[in-house]
Ligand binder design. Structure first.
Ligand SMILES: [Zn+2]
Length: 282
């Protein structure tokens, strides 16, 4: 029994223990005609049928293994296990309900990585199977012996990808001609902070005086601008409050005649006091 370290192990019982051993010489890819995750494919094999593939691959590149690669799985008709004990390793891959969509980049990458592992682990030769029992790599419809009653699987788009991208990718990487793409670097919190707050991505406010030359603002510029405006508004509101208070006091006083000069002076002083207060308030 061999389990691919790059897959999540969802072991199918009793098949995993009860089905006969094989010596894997082929890798055959399928489309499952359902947009399923690897886990959902496992549940289907477990709950709804006694058939199964060795592997399942979701759109996001989630890869599950259900049966060890040295045990028979039942996805490829007569290729599952031949009288000489050799057999095919199979993978079902998530697809649309018509089986017409291409593999996603994440699926392509996992197919290549798994193909390389199968080559190294089981010596599956780097060629496309020339006949139904020729060791190598293939897709379900490649040889009629691999399907009970004919199949279009895995669909035209994926056959093209298999021939142009997946198989050449396996061969190149197995020969050391390419390196696997690096896992995308996770951004640090500091990098995320800078990307969110310090990227000029937000259209400048319509009222900005330099809108024509400074078309996009950073989020932090918006935040500062809003803060400045709110504080200025606070100051104006407080000053107005003081002015109103002085006016009310003048109107309520016993002086029959209001002295405008004196009133203006008192208002000005009151506003200056509140401005000083605002300035020293943190
Ligand atoms: Zn198939």
């Amino acid at each position: 029994m061999a389990w691919y370290p790059g897959a999540t192990k969802y072991e199918l019982q009793p098949e995993s223990d009860s089905q006969p051993a094989i010596r894997p010489t082929q890798f055959i890819v399928h489309s499952i005609i359902a947009p399923w995750t690897a886990k959902r494919t496992y549940e289907y094999w477990r709950d709804s049928t006694n058939l199964e593939s060795h592997f399942g691959l979701g759109y996001e590149g989630d890869l599950g293994q259900f049966i060890g690669t040295e045990t028979r799985a039942d996805a490829n008709a007569s290729a599952n296990r031949r009288p000489d004990g050799t057999g095919a390793v199979s993978i079902e891959t998530a697809s649309n309900l018509q089986g017409s969509d291409p593999w996603t980049p994440a699926q392509v990458e996992k197919l290549i990585a798994l193909g390389v592992w199968l080559h190294k682990r089981h010596d599956i030769p780097l060629r496309i199977c020339r006949t139904h029992d020729d060791p190598g790599f293939g897709y379900h419809r490649l040889h009629s012996a691999w399907a009970v009653s004919g199949t279009a699987c895995p669909g035209d788009a994926r056959v093209k990808q298999f021939r142009e991208v997946v198989f050449p990718g396996i061969a190149a990487r197995a020969n050391g001609q390419t390196v696997p793409p690096e896992e995308e670097d996770e951004m640090t919190p500091d990098e995320i902070f800078k990307a969110v707050w310090f990227t000029d991505k937000i259209a400048a406010p319509n009222t900005a005086s330099d809108k024509t030359t400074n078309v996009n603002w950073q989020a932090q510029s918006y935040l500062k601008d809003i803060g400045n405006r709110v504080r200025a508004m606070d100051a104006r509101t407080a000053a107005q409050g003081e002015a109103i208070k002085q006016l009310a006091a003048a109107l309520a006083s016993h002086h029959a005649v209001i002295d405008p000069e004196a009133l203006v002076a008192r208002i000005t002083e009151a506003i200056e006091n509140v401005t000083v207060r605002l300035d020293i308030t943190p």
